[in-house]
Design a protein around this ligand. Structure first.
Ligand code: HPA
Length: 274
């Protein structure tokens, strides 16, 4: 059934453009400005793509753009789907499988997240070294999709070579950054101070409500993955202010220019590995 759905999704997309993307991006909350750099050949709303759920979260435009960037054929998801919206993990990961079906071999996942380390400041970035799936669900539960193996190795969820290129790109663009483990939670509540203490203790660098299911789906489909978190705030209890989605969007928006420069540099440098 999933193969039939993916075929219908692919047929719809390829009716709008024959461009075959090799590099995919998922842009997190408030980080969609990067998409304006793409020379777009097709721009599709999630809601019009067969079998895509549509995004309801503010700060997430919910669009799939296909085009070229720095001479690379790209597919950019402006916004993403979250399980806290009430959809299944299968629906959350469906766009990743769509990108894989279109020909994407490398996926850049980005997100807004809460920093778990005291040395972090609002507006810093973190290259995701590894992840902990704390959502309580695994998107691969259920019949296996033939696009990948039943049991997926997760030794290197984030490609080391591409992560090194991303780090070098942040350095080149003089952007404050860290390396760390992303902890993915279900949300939609922000964490309690006790949870943040716990996530810090078990080795977390940042916490957020997305990404982990997409990375699992991408690895299942054999994609290389690289991840970048924007630390829009420090986790609950690490700073005095209360958390709001407005603040998260505002900070992400403030760093959008740095974020865009970094990803453009990354695309140029990573081109030979794609
Ligand atoms: N926690 C969870 N998700 C988030 C946060 C946070 O502090 N900031 C942005 N997304």
């Amino acid at each position: 059934m999933i193969d039939q759905q993916l075929k219908e999704t692919k047929d719809f997309i390829t009716k709008h453009t024959s461009l075959k993307p090799t590099l995919g991006f998922v842009l997190g909350s408030g980080l969609s400005g990067f998409a304006s750099k793409v020379k777009a050949e097709a721009e599709l709303r999630f809601g019009e793509i067969p079998h895509f759920s549509s995004s309801t979260v503010e700060g997430h435009p919910g669009k799939l753009i296909l085009g070229t960037l720095e001479g690379v054929n790209v597919a950019v998801m402006c916004g993403r789907l979250h399980a806290y919206e009430g959809i299944s993990m299968q629906q959350v990961m469906y766009p990743v499988r769509t990108l894989a079906t279109l020909g994407v071999r490398t996926l850049v996942v980005t997100n807004a997240s809460g920093g778990l380390q005291k040395k972090m400041k609002q507006g810093d970035f973190m290259v995701i070294r590894d992840q902990i799936n704390f959502t309580g669900e695994n998107p691969l539960r259920g019949p296996n999709w033939a696009g990948g193996p039943r049991f997926v190795d997760m030794t290197e969820p984030f490609d080391k070579q591409l992560s090194a290129i991303l780090t070098a790109s942040l350095k080149k663009e003089k952007v404050r950054h860290h390396q760390g483990v992303y902890i993915g939670v279900m949300g939609p509540t922000y964490e309690t101070a006790a949870e943040i203490k716990f996530y810090g203790k078990i080795g977390g660098g940042a916490v957020g409500m997305s990404t982990v299911a997409e990375v699992i789906a991408a690895r299942h489909a054999g994609l290389k993955v690289v991840g970048l978190s924007c630390i829009t705030n420090l986790g609950t209890g690490l700073s005095k202010t209360k958390l709001t989605h407005e603040e998260v969007k505002e900070v992400a928006h403030q760093v959008e220019a740095k974020f865009t420069r970094t990803l453009l540099t990354f695309t140029r440098q990573a081109k030979k590995l794609l």
